[in-house]
Design a protein around this ligand. Structure first.
Ligand code: DAH
Length: 342
């Protein structure tokens, strides 16, 4: 009997309850009508008189042990229960448990800002597929059949003849919009684009663009200039100066690139602007009549302008990010810096 009592004592000492139910089951198992300790007290009645003193003492010790254990564990559960239930919290001024706040990705922040600015000018948002065909990425945009941009080095082809590919620019969405919508058209088209380029601080095989398109009667180069100047000042600040440089794109004639005055050095020249005082932000131009005709819009009746910009690039200029790869590595130390930009 002594041994049985000691084994029970060890069991009680070891016991740790996981839940109030678990604790109650334990109580019944030890102290219930058919419980182990109850049975021992029953057996105790038949113990010879000379052993009673010692065994009685042991049994009472174990009984106190189990009662104390039940009491203390019950108190612990009660304490947890009361803090979990907010209506039972006495101190209403206690701070809430901390909860980590995330931040928007800088590419999303920049993209949303670009779309917001153009929304104020009446531009709607249009989207198109990332997996495209040759017509929407190249031929309807007036790319000659042997244009280098169609080359394997630039474009990720999924299938050849007929070609299925990952779009290398969001200009493909202009074609889709013009195919299904009659002028006036005023859209901005955000999206991911893909190019077969080695990843470095200045280039990536995946990035984001926003394309813009405005088609109506009598749309002029001056309208384009005014629209883009408004955009740049909203994006980079009132005092930003702009300049247009002649350029070439197959889908616009004339074509231009827009530069903004370098915010870092105020135009004096620094290593960000390669000592020119200017930073290139977008490509633009008057939509080539061949493109309008290829998309079912009468080029004798309508004119328009288009523009395209890289979102990562604009975000780099806005927040002085010096390596494109940072956008894709998801390093929280980088991402956290944009919490206040929300
Ligand atoms: N699609 C050009 C690119 O990927 C960007 C661009 C330039 C778009 C001029 C345009 C434009 O609509 O008019 O580099």
């Amino acid at each position: 009997m002594k041994e049985r009592i000691e084994r029970l004592r060890a069991k009680i000492e070891e016991f740790k309850s996981e839940s109030p139910q678990h604790l109650e089951e334990f109580r019944v198992r030890i102290l219930g009508r058919k419980g182990e300790l109850t049975a021992m007290f029953d057996d105790f009645k038949t113990v010879a008189a000379d052993g009673k003193k010692e065994l009685g003492k042991l049994l009472n010790e174990v009984k106190t042990l189990v009662q104390d254990k039940l009491k203390s564990q019950k108190e612990q559960f009660d304490a947890i229960g009361s803090t979990r239930n907010p209506s039972l919290i006495e101190d209403k001024t206690l701070p809430a448990s901390p909860c980590g706040i995330g931040s928007r990705h800088p590419v999303s922040l920049a993209k949303n800002e670009i779309l917001d600015i153009f929304a104020r000018l009446g531009f709607a948002v249009a989207e198109g597929p990332e997996i495209e065909d040759d017509r929407h990425v190249f031929s309807a945009l007036n790319f000659p059949p042997d244009h280098p941009a169609r080359d394997m080095q630039d474009t990720f082809f999924i299938e050849r003849n007929p070609d299925i590919l990952l779009r290398s620019h969001t200009s493909s969405v202009q074609v889709r919009v013009m195919e299904r919508q009659k002028p006036p058209i005023r859209v901005v088209c955000p999206g991911r684009v893909f190019r077969n380029e080695a990843v470095s601080a200045r280039a990536h095989c995946l990035f984001h663009q926003v394309e813009g398109l405005y088609i109506d009667k009598n749309v002029s180069f001056a309208d384009m200039k005014q629209t883009l100047m408004y955009f740049v000042r909203e994006m980079f600040g009132e005092n930003t100066r702009t300049r247009l440089r002649p350029s070439f794109f197959p889908f616009t004639e004339p074509s231009a690139e827009m530069d903004v005055s370098c915010k870092i050095c105020g135009g004096k020249g620094c290593n960000i602007c390669k000592h020119t005082g200017w930073l290139e932000v977008l490509g633009c131009g008057i939509v080539d009549p061949n493109v309008l005709d290829a998309c079912g819009i009468d080029s004798r009746e309508y004119t328009g302008f288009a523009f395209g910009m890289g979102v990562e690039r604009l975000a780099m200029l806005k927040w002085q990010v010096n390596d494109l790869r940072l956008y894709f590595e998801n390093d929280v130390r980088f991402l956290q810096q944009f919490q206040t930009a929300l």
